[in-house]
Write a protein that binds this ligand. Structure first.
Ligand code: NDP
Length: 302
């Protein structure tokens, strides 16, 4: 395959590109910053990878078999009105650009599949409801972002197979929420975050990369697919496991304020969660390597 990837320099994208490259697929990194991408994918370690800034995205996309769209401004910042606008616009702008370039391709060079990221924030938050792909959208700010983000992707040419991956909180050592949570967790001796009752729909970074990879090559992967592990946990349980894996006692609650100081209002993703099940991935027989949080955390932190 030849795969063009936006957001390739990010937490998930980096791992995906490494995997595609090591499996001998051709990769085109679609970035806003060639120098940043070159420092992440130096030619000596990633020979053959093409790095493209706009307006070169067009040539990459129109010669690719597949496109993965992961770009978006990080949400773990302070949410001023301007930042909220940028969080939404960054996703819609890049997705619309990708869709425009795919749609403008002639039939013989048009990619056959678009795998586009969205998030479990689509469902809103709840301590009691269980969500799967058929559940309606919520009515908060992140739900609105996800709906508009998905709508931009849905404008892709109908001949292109579209997989929309509603991603949960991705756990890995070198990025995402966990990397930011561990230091404060260590300072506060590893107790629950907030009330501890909120749901935490997580997925190990290796599993989200594999799910995207499957979606690229398996024609059954289309429409909305939740990218979450089959066993979401309440945040209190996640903190207990995190405490035990880190060797920290789990008794002193971490104040919401401490978490907000690090994650900004993006902390709402952790402090007000949702219980999301990967119904489609299970129907498709996707083999989760890390279905349980304890094993996932051990693998990440050992
Ligand atoms: P990162 O924040 O690590 O990387 C996203 C990439 O998007 C960056 O490398 C950057 O690429 C590009 N980007 C950043 N800001 C902007 C901007 N203002 N305008 C356009 N592009 C920008 O993201 P992740 O790898 O963690 O996540 C990938 C996608 O999955 C994101 O869209 C995210 O919202 C979504 N997601 C992630 C979750 C997680 O837990 N990690 C959970 C749910 C959804 P470059 O500088 O090369 O252009």
């Amino acid at each position: 395959m030849t795969v063009s990837v936006t957001g390739a320099t990010g937490f998930i994208g980096k791992r995906l590109v490494q995997r595609l490259h090591s499996d001998n697929h051709s990769v085109c990194v679609l970035t806003r910053s060639r120098s940043k991408a070159q420092s992440i994918f130096p030619d000596k370690d990633f020979p053959g990878i093409v790095i493209a800034e706009e307006p070169e995205w067009k040539n990459c996309i129109q010669g690719s078999t597949a496109v993965v769209n992961l770009a978006g401004m990080p949400i773990s910042t302070r949410w001023s009105p301007e930042i909220k606008k940028e969080i939404k616009q960054s996703r819609i702008k890049v997705t619309s650009k990708v869709v425009e370039l795919i749609n403008a391709s002639e039939d013989k060079v048009r990619p056959t599949v678009l795998v586009s990221a969205t998030a479990v924030g689509y469902y809103g938050t709840s301590e009691t409801q269980v969500f799967d792909e058929r559940s309606p959208s919520g009515n908060d700010y992140l739900a609105e972002v996800c709906r508009e983000w998905e709508s931009s992707a849905l404008r892709v040419n109908k001949d292109v197979r579209l997989a929309l991956i509603r991603i949960g909180v991705v756990l890995g050592k070198d990025g995402g929420a966990l990397a930011k949570m561990i230091p404060i967790f260590m300072v506060f001796a590893g107790g629950p975050l907030g009330s501890g009752k909120q749901w935490f729909s997580w997925i190990h970074v290796d599993d989200i990369v594999s799910l995207i990879y499957q979606a690229l090559s398996n024609p059954s992967y289309k429409g909305v697919i939740n990218g979450t592990a089959p066993n979401p946990v309440r945040l209190g349980e996640m903190c207990e496991h995190l405490g035990s894996v880190l060797g920290r006692p789990s008794w002193l609650p971490v104040p919401d304020l401490a978490l907000k100081a690090v994650l900004g209002e993006g902390a709402t993703v952790v402090l007000e969660g949702q219980r999301v099940l990967p119904a489609r991935a299970k129907e498709l027989g996707f083999p989760f390597k890390y279905p349980y949080i304890k094993e996932a955390l051990k693998a990440i932190l050992s």
